[in-house]
Write a protein that binds this ligand. Structure first.
Ligand SMILES: C[S@@+](CC[C@H](N)C(=O)[O-])C[C@H]1O[C@@H](n2cnc3c(N)ncnc32)[C@H](O)[C@@H]1O
Length: 472
């Protein structure tokens, strides 16, 4: 094993590594790893989303079965674990990682992920990564990658965490953040929302660091959860009457999804949308509004329930392309799509129910968006909370006296959740309802009046929901 004192130091940026000279080598016969590496490169170079890039690559290259599963595990797993992998890689080179060429760093991360977080034998993880690099970038760089990965392979993940993480006693949040591959500020936000830096934080970060299963929602009036489970081989979800859980597979391939009998939707999202429809309102109950509707997941669920109850839904979305996605998803449901700003949509008020599924940091759905945790910045929070307050205020102006508003975000960050709701309720006089009553049979909902769901407790994304009633 290479000694720590002789850390490999090449290559350095900003220039890309030179390609090897001589006759070209045959193409690498490793389509799964090549697809994973190409995905990581697209994420880094183009700010692409891994879960949009990889499915396209798999389709175009006709990669299926075990190769597709391996490519998915490696691309998403590597993207998710980036901070942890970088801390280990930094300990194995004598240069800052910012000086390593980006393409080389992608390969190092891919190799380190295999070594630390898969059962792939170490020699295969190193050799396969080095082969990819040699074919793509040349022999000189391949030697550097080989040397670094051999150093990574000297210890397993727990031993590396002990070596590179902050001290667990004096800095528990920093330790847990690194051990479960989260930026510190996000682990800190989780700790503040959970009210602990202890076991619950560990469980929340661990659940957020695991591969999520697929959640489907059956369309009310078209298909029941039991029927959907039978058609897909999944299991009815524990809390949503329309939900089905699937262990794996590409949901886009499922007939019920193609035929609009069901849609991909986290069970927590289903529960928040359903909560709005469950609150009793006196008087008419015919006009519903979704103020931030694109791409239409919740609009379709509540639009289907609106149809069953004789109501209609106006769906507002600022981005035209996302409004188009709502139209496509809605089919023949009684949904009218408006491209408008929810802060002043130009619609007549007097709605009976309004959903504000506000734009947010998405810190509650990090497990479903592999690279998102490393892209989001603490500075994203303040402008979003401003927009969230404005949208919720607008919703409370558009709802009729006695009507109900659901404020929903896919984030547990206190500034985006209780901070926004308390501020707007105080300024508008809206009354917060005990939201827990409208999540029947869901355990561990805390002290209320809002609801904060968690992956480690409920198996859902970390969705937040607060129900408010406009005073008569
Ligand atoms: C969290 S997403 C909504 C998800 C959607 N409810 C669903 O279940 O599919 C927030 C949406 O609000 C849109 N948006 C952002 N600013 C807006 C604004 N000022 N007015 C209306 N929509 C806005 C975004 O484009 C995005 O589509």
């Amino acid at each position: 094993m290479t000694q720590r004192s002789s850390r490999p130091s090449r290559p350095r940026g900003p220039h890309p590594p030179r390609r090897r000279s001589g006759p070209p080598r045959p193409p690498v016969e490793d389509p799964a790893r090549q697809a994973a590496l190409d995905t990581l490169r697209a994420v880094r170079q183009r700010d692409a989303y891994a879960n949009l890039v990889l499915p396209g690559l798999l389709r175009d290259r006709r990669i299926t079965g075990r190769d597709a599963a391996l490519a998915t595990e490696l691309a998403y797993g590597t993207a998710r674990a980036q901070g942890l992998l970088d801390a280990v890689l930094a300990a194995c080179t004598d240069r800052p990682l910012s000086d390593v060429d980006g393409s080389v760093l992608d390969a190092l991360r891919l190799g380190a992920y295999q070594l630390l977080r898969t059962r792939i034998p170490a020699h295969a993880a190193v050799a396969s990564t080095v082969d990819l690099v040699r074919a793509g970038l040349g022999s000189g760089v391949a030697g550097f990658v080989n040397a670094v990965l051999r150093r990574v392979s000297a210890q397993d993940e727990p031993a590396w965490i002990d070596e590179v993480a902050p001290d667990e006693e004096t800095d528990p949040v920093g330790y847990l953040a690194l051990a479960h591959a989260h930026p510190r500020w996000i682990a800190q936000a989780f700790a503040e929302s959970l009210g602990t830096r202890g076991e619950a934080l560990r469980a929340a970060l661990a659940a957020d660091d695991a591969r999520p299963i697929v959640h489907l929602a059956a369309r009310p009036g078209e298909c029941s959860a039991d029927e959907l489970a039978a058609m897909t081989g999944g299991d009815p979800a524990p809390f949503s009457p329309y939900g089905v859980h699937l262990e794996s597979g590409d949901p886009g391939d499922l007939d019920p999804v193609r035929e609009k009998l069901a849609a991909v939707q986290d069970e927590g999202s289903q529960l928040c949308a359903l909560a709005l429809t469950r609150v009793p309102v006196d008087g008419p109950d015919e006009r519903w509004l979704d103020l931030c509707a694109g791409p239409g997941g919740k609009a379709v669920l509540i639009g289907a329930l609106a149809r069953l109850g004789g109501a209609t839904l106006d769906a507002v979305e600022k981005a035209p392309h996302r409004a188009e996605l709502i139209r496509k998803a809605a089919g023949d449901l009684p949904i009218t799509v408006h491209v408008a700003d929810g802060r002043d949509p130009g619609l007549p008020g007097g709605y009976d129910r309004v959903l504000v599924d506000a734009p947010c940091t998405g810190l509650g759905a990090l497990r479903r968006r592999p690279e998102a945790r490393w892209r989001r910045q603490p500075s994203d929070v303040a402008p979003l909370t401003r927009l969230q307050r404005e949208l919720l205020t607008s919703a409370l102006e558009l709802v009729r006296p006695g009507g109900v508003v659901a404020y929903v975000v896919c984030s547990p960050h206190l500034s985006e959740t209780v901070g926004v709701v308390a501020d707007v309720a105080r300024r508008t006089g809206a009354r917060q309802l005990d939201t827990r009553e409208y999540f029947p049979d869901v355990p561990d909902l805390g002290d209320g009046p809002h609801v904060q769901l968690w992956p480690h407790v409920h198996g859902t994304d970390a969705m937040f929901c607060a129900l408010l009633r406009r005073p008569e």
